[in-house]
Design a protein around this ligand. Structure first.
Ligand SMILES: C[S@@+](CC[C@H](N)C(=O)[O-])C[C@H]1O[C@@H](n2cnc3c(N)ncnc32)[C@H](O)[C@@H]1O
Length: 334
């Protein structure tokens, strides 16, 4: 990104002949990211709606997409999750486990039958209803609606708590002080998780590192400004390690499932972005401006027509295969 500094500097610079709206958008995004790094407070300019009561940023319309969510997203990392759970003092069949932000309950479905008692807590009514229906009359799975920033459970209830791809939906708060004031709702969730975990219980988080966002999703190269907006919402892996420490957790570890993708078998559909239902499988699409989206879809259509999509996908896949899409983080209650 080059900013033309006009007559404000002696530094060599050059004139940019034509500036398009997307250039200005990119400039604003870079400026926003820099301000945030400098801990300068700025209003949120993304299309997201913030809900103070739930401490959540609703930039996905889950009420509309809950019915088709399972067509676009698959649960990943089951062996990793089971290994982490198995490292706690109680045998899996005797454990009580919470899936925080359980969505449609697809991960709970994979765990059903292997873990004694399962709970799912989900804020969005549409998603919660799909999960509730999935486990109707199943006494081993309880689904409740509510925010994970407040867990209405007694102290030391759970052997393990899972939280898959949810942290970026929590309101990131103001960035006055990098170590204590930002991501306050991630902190609230971790503190609550620590309270309701049994001693030596595990909190297992699945999220994406900033580099995984850029290289682990092939379409990220088509919508770079939306990816930058997305990154601001994701605590980095280093930041999460700090928050774990600050909220009383120990024994931090990470595992990257490089062979699995969140979108399952639909992932490499070169025409996928042309379908709104397909795009609903990844939140970054919902952070595009209308113009960015139109531009990305034009590129996809052109690539399909001129036969260049296959080479583009292959190039992007080489990057993903090295870095993966997501990272599992685990930390333990002492
Ligand atoms: C990307 S989806 C992931 C769903 C599920 N964990 C999965 O892996 O398929 C994010 C989910 O987090 C939920 N969510 C967002 N904020 C929440 C909060 N404060 N408390 C509980 N759930 C929340 C959303 O409603 C949505 O279902």
């Amino acid at each position: 990104m080059v900013i033309y500094p006009g007559k404000l500097t002696e530094v060599d610079c050059f004139w940019i002949g034509r500036i398009f709206e997307s250039d200005i958008e990119s400039l604003l995004t870079a400026t926003e990211a820099t301000f945030l790094e400098m801990h300068v407070e700025i209003p949120d300019r993304s299309p997201a709606r913030e809900s103070e009561a739930s401490h959540t940023i609703e930039y996905e319309d889950y009420d509309s997409t809950s019915g088709s969510y399972d067509n676009t997203r698959v649960p990943i990392g089951l062996p990793i999750i089971l290994d982490y759970l198995a490292s706690t003092p109680t045998a899996l069949s005797g454990q009580t486990v919470l899936d925080a932000g359980c969505g449609t309950g697809s991960c709970l479905s994979e765990l059903r039958g292997r873990i004694g008692m399962l709970h799912g807590r989900e804020l969005n009514a549409g998603m919660q209803q799909v999960a509730k229906k999935r486990f109707t009359d199943d006494p081993a799975v309880q689904i409740e609606q509510g925010s994970i920033t407040e867990l209405p459970f007694a102290d030391e209830t759970f052997d393990g708590i899972l939280c898959n791809q949810v942290l970026h939906h929590l309101d990131r708060g103001q960035h006055d002080d990098a170590d204590s004031a930002d991501f306050p709702n991630v902190r609230s969730f971790f503190r609550e998780a620590s309270r309701v975990l049994r001693p030596h219980g595990v909190l297992v988080i699945n999220t994406s590192s900033h580099q995984q966002h850029r290289d682990g999703f092939w379409w990220a190269a088509l919508i770079p400004a939306a990816i930058d907006r997305m990154l601001i919402r994701f605590p980095s892996i280093d930041r999460l390690e700090k928050i774990f420490q600050q909220t009383g957790f120990v024994g931090f570890e990470t595992t990257v499932p490089v062979d699995e993708v969140l979108q399952g078998e639909n992932y490499l559909d070169p025409a996928g972005p042309l379908s709104a239902a397909w795009r609903a499988g990844d939140s970054s699409w919902s952070l595009t401006t209308d113009q960015e989206l139109a531009h990305a879809l034009d590129n996809v259509s052109a690539g399909l027509e001129n036969g260049k999509m296959a080479a583009f996908l292959e190039e992007r896949e080489q990057l993903r295969a090295k870095i993966g899409q997501t990272t599992f983080l685990v930390a333990r209650k002492p």
